[in-house]
Design a protein around this ligand. Structure first.
Ligand SMILES: [Ca+2]
Ligand SMILES: [Ca+2]
Ligand SMILES: [Ca+2]
Length: 423
């Protein structure tokens, strides 16, 4: 095809015989005219298909760009569509299949039975079970308990790898027998060996008080032992020596003279003497007793009753001014707060009595005043009311006394202050 037909078309009438030639010419886009003019039509087609990306020398660049873009677009569209519609075939690994799970299922077997089962009871509310897990394929454990009639029943189910259980559904004093089974979807193991425990009784939980020797002989039951009656000049066979309506022991407890016909303070008689330690504590003690300061300033002292029994005084440091209970529990880590007995002196000092029942602790600024009744292996407690009398007379420097309407607290082993009048 040459210029001739096109020129012919422009100039000739529509009645020309070669109509096909005319149609071929009009299908060539005008953009290709430049290249098409320099080569035969056959060669041009070849070039478009095979060497399209190479720039033809002499061919204008803007004439090839649309074809490249169209070809690239078609390639992307066709390729992308192919990948999309065949994604399951092209990427089979990314699709999870249930086949892996199904393969393992048939290999599950019933788990092995636990062993080394033990049952212990350390209090009245529980039994502690322990065992060894012998299975690696259990889905859990079942604890079975003997209910007393010979039949085991299921008590609880536990998660895999459990090796202990605390049974809180027990009664004090009862015996329980246990066995354990491992379980999974294939079934359950044989039962473990059995283990039994006797639940502790409530009584065993209560902290035991120390066994103190009996009180010294008190012939007239007035709260003063016969030996104390000697100390205060009272009648060991008369509960109210001065016949003022108050028992002898009660008068001593409250620092009154039990032998005086009028209300006379012990201090105003010659029956007691005042001890003043340089460190600042003040006590009244029976006149015949002997005190020794074992450390400078009276931070340690011994009071000798002349009858074997002793009283000791010690000043302990409490630099952080802990509460007396806090201080005591820190010094005695085995003791619980409920074992400690509160104490209050007649002077209003509040302290505690230790678990031995014979030591009294009273906080004193950044110190603790400690007074202990040392029985010293004597067979009787002869001076219990006098112990209370001394504590009720206590004055601690820098801590004003607070006189309370109620009397002080009797010491745990000292019942004499309870009656207020002679019967
Ligand atoms: Ca008496
Ligand atoms: Ca008496
Ligand atoms: Ca009296």
């Amino acid at each position: 095809m040459t210029d001739q037909p096109s020129k012919k078309e422009e100039t000739a009438a529509p009645a020309l015989p070669d109509k096909e030639v005319e149609l071929n010419i009009t299908t060539i886009p005008t953009e290709f005219y430049g290249a098409g003019l320099q080569m035969p039509v056959e060669e041009k087609k070849k070039q478009e298909v095979k060497v399209a990306p190479v720039a033809m020398p002499g061919a204008p660049k803007r004439s090839k760009l649309p074809i490249i873009l169209v070809a690239v677009f078609l390639l992307i569209a066709i390729g992308g569509g192919f990948v999309y519609f065949n994604r399951s075939l092209l990427f089979p690994a990314s699709v999870p299949t249930p086949a892996a799970v199904v393969v393992e299922t048939p290999s599950v077997e019933a788990p092995s039975a636990p062993f080394d089962v033990s049952a212990t009871s350390t209090n009245s509310q529980s039994v502690s079970l322990r065992w060894t897990d012998a299975a690696a394929n259990e889905s859990g454990f079942r604890v079975e308990r003997h209910d007393g009639d010979g039949n085991f029943s299921s008590l609880t189910s536990l998660p895999p790898n459990s090796t202990s259980f605390l049974d809180l559904s027990v009664e004090s004093g009862a015996t329980y027998t246990y066995r354990i089974r491992a379980i999974n979807e294939a079934g359950e193991s044989d039962a473990s060996d059995e283990a039994s425990a006797l639940v502790k009784t409530q009584i065993a939980v209560v902290p035991t008080r120390p066994e103190l020797p009996p009180a010294g002989l008190d012939t007239d039951s007035d709260g003063l032992s016969d030996l104390e009656e000697v100390l205060y000049g009272t009648n060991s066979k008369s509960p109210d020596t001065d016949a003022d309506g108050f028992l002898d022991g009660n008068e001593v407890f409250h620092l009154y003279n039990p032998a005086g016909t009028a209300p006379v303070k012990l201090l105003d008689s010659a029956l007691v003497k005042i001890i003043t330690a340089p460190v600042g504590w003040v006590l009244s003690i029976p006149t015949s007793w002997v005190i020794t300061f074992n450390a400078a300033q009276g931070t340690q002292a011994t009071i000798d009753t002349q009858h074997g029994e002793l009283f000791t005084v010690a000043i302990k440091e409490n630099p952080n001014k802990k509460s007396i209970l806090e201080w005591y529990l820190a010094e005695n880590p085995d003791v619980t707060a409920t074992q400690v007995i509160p104490f209050r002196s007649k002077g209003g000092y509040e302290g505690i009595v230790g678990t031995n029942l014979l030591t009294t602790y009273i906080p004193w600024e950044d110190n603790i005043f400690v007074m202990t009744y040392e029985l010293n292996e004597q067979p009787f407690i002869n001076f219990r009311t006098t112990y209370s009398m001394m504590l009720n007379s206590l004055v601690l420097s820098g801590m004003p006394e607070i006189m309370l309407p109620e009397p002080g607290t009797p010491l745990p082993f000292e019942p004499s202050a309870t009656p207020t009048t002679a019967s």
